[in-house]
Design a protein around this ligand. Structure first.
Ligand code: FES
Ligand code: FE2
Length: 387
């Protein structure tokens, strides 16, 4: 693809909210763009995988595709979390099945049964014959792994920036919700959407579309007009909103006044792929990863204080609004083929999209990111709760 598209991508992704227009449509459909994003982002930055609590038993693992690279995060029998290449060192067969699973002592290749320990050391080669093979030269490559707030991230890069540095200052905004209470992990569904990964991310972080796309679902709980920007930069961003509660006046009188902050939610965006919603009750997320330039895979999961939180009603509600998002994202993807028109101006409610674009510009084109900004609502989240 021409460099003209990359130049245009760089220019528009660097715009401030006052000048920002939608990204060029072809960045959502060109293979060369995804190749650049794979190299500079998915193979070189911290990518969210799952929660530590989803891998608590020795031998439990989560295997997934990370921009074409098969990886597995494993809780070893020694209790350590490690990230390994999930490709057999013999002739390249993917080893563990995708998703969550449990390793029975060793990892055995389904093709010729080369067998590895749960730390990736090659242990056994059936019918080796007279040929000499140095097992030490055939171990599974290891990747960098980092944990933050109970969440597990991998980095396929050579020398990653420490994860604490990557998310520095973000924890300040979450402290009122005491997320360290959320130790119960649950896994949701996995979906495939026929939409570029960036379309799904942009859709997940902005609240502008709630009143239209989710009229009967999200809008009844977290209306567009109650949403606001909190803080952000090229490294992470958070938005918030006030929830509509159906708590009656009498209930409030009986239970006492709830501190204001607990009536709000926080949307936590850790680019490229993690979008979480934190309330006083729970921390639920989706993770979005590209399959190819016009499709992506969406994983969901959550953390809460107790297992009781995960009731049928909530699950049905999530499935409902996720279905609405899938329909609209796949519809937008159709528009991305157009060459006769271009995208227009972003509105103020889409400010968080500018942080995502700053992330893209900094990683893909080495653009110096703008300094982080904070809105006037931000103090609600780090000042002691009232009430
Ligand atoms: S490819 Fe794995 S044992 Fe042959
Ligand atoms: Fe949505």
């Amino acid at each position: 693809m021409s460099h003209a598209l990359f130049d245009e991508y760089k220019k528009i992704a660097s715009q401030s909210i006052h000048s920002a227009v939608a990204l060029p449509f072809s960045v959502y459909s060109e293979r060369s763009v995804l190749e650049l994003e794979s190299k500079k982002i998915f193979n070189n930055d911290w990518i969210f995988v799952c929660a530590e609590g989803q891998l608590s038993d020795p031998g439990s693992y989560f295997a997934m595709d990370l921009a074409g690279e098969a990886i597995a995060v494993i809780r070893t029998s020694k209790g350590e979390l490690i990230a390994l290449s999930n490709i057999c060192r013999h002739r390249g067969t993917p080893l563990l099945d995708k998703g969550f699973g449990l390793i029975q002592k060793n990892i055995t290749c389904p093709y010729h049964a080369w067998t590895y320990s749960d730390e990736g050391d090659l242990k056994a080669i059936p019918f080796q014959g007279e040929v000499e093979i140095d097992k030490k030269q055939h171990c599974l490559p290891k990747f960098h792994i980092g944990c933050w707030l109970g969440l597990v991230f991998v980095n396929l890069g050579e020398q990653p920036q420490p994860i604490e540095e990557r998310f520095a200052h973000l924890s300040d905004y979450l402290s009122n919700f005491q997320p360290e209470r959320f130790i119960h992990a649950n896994s949701g569904d996995t979906e495939v959407w026929q939409a570029n990964w960036k379309l799904a991310v942009e859709n997940a972080i902005e609240s502008y579309h709630l009143f239209k796309v989710h009229k009967e679902t999200l809008e009844t709980v977290t209306p567009s007009k109650n949403a606001y920007y909190v803080a952000g930069s090229s490294e992470w961003a958070i938005a918030g909103g006030k929830m509509k509660t159906n708590e009656s006046k009498i209930m409030q009188w009986l239970t006492g006044e709830t501190p204001e902050v607990y009536k709000h939610y926080l949307l936590v965006f850790l680019p490229p792929n993690f979008i979480g919603i934190m309330t006083y009750e729970s921390f639920d997320w989706i993770s979005i990863l590209p399959i190819d330039e016009t499709s992506c895979r969406i994983y969901s999961g959550g953390l809460s204080e107790s297992s009781a939180e995960e009731d049928k009603h909530t699950k049905g509600f999530v499935q409902q609004f996720m279905a609405e998002d899938k329909v609209i994202c796949e519809r937008v993807q159709q528009g991305m083929k157009s060459t006769k028109t271009t995208g227009g101006k972003l509105v103020e409610m889409e400010k968080i999209l500018v942080d995502f674009r700053q992330f893209l510009a900094s990683r893909l084109f080495d653009v110096e990111p703008s300094p982080s900004v904070e809105s006037k609502q931000a103090s609600l989240f780090y000042e002691p709760p009232d009430g």
